[in-house]
Design a protein around this ligand. Structure first.
Ligand SMILES: [Zn+2]
Length: 143
């Protein structure tokens, strides 16, 4: 039940990034229980910036779904009122150097035509994400 407590805590911590009405997501981001909300917000901003057209990112904690973050929620949390394409330039200008620090590690499903992808904040060969379709197995590191 420790996990449930962590998930509930995460929902409180990252609540402003989560759109409770959103169910569609094109990627997932693994959280660490110690991640600060502003760090998660920046990582999400980078994800949305790097993958235009993505509808949402499922935040996960220890494999449990926390909620779906949307570009709109993240944009608002980052303090930019405009739609997604506008935060890239201003964000980088305001925080030089953060790009490398928060660059996500992407994994892709190897099954032809699947298209599932997942982002991690770091690469751990012992914990490679698996495709939501269990028949597809582990994802491959994007190079
Ligand atoms: Zn797949």
């Amino acid at each position: 039940m420790i996990v449930d407590t962590d998930v509930n805590r995460a929902r409180g911590l990252y609540g402003r990034l989560i759109d409770t009405a959103a169910t569609r997501f094109g990627a997932a981001l693994d959280l660490d229980p110690d991640d600060r909300a502003d760090e998660v917000s920046r990582r999400l901003a980078e994800l949305f910036e790097g993958r235009p057209g993505i509808e949402g990112v499922m935040l996960r904690l220890k494999g449990r779904d926390v909620g779906v973050a949307t570009p709109q929620r993240v944009g608002a949390a980052e303090g930019f009122a405009g739609p997604a394409p506008e935060w890239g330039a201003g964000d980088r200008a305001g925080l030089p150097g953060r790009s490398g620090r928060y660059r996500p590690v992407w994994f892709d499903c190897a099954a032809p035509g699947c298209g599932a992808a997942e982002a991690r904040s770091f690469y751990d060969e012992r914990a490679v994400p698996a495709c939501p379709d269990e028949a597809h197995g582990p994802m491959e590191l994007r190079r």
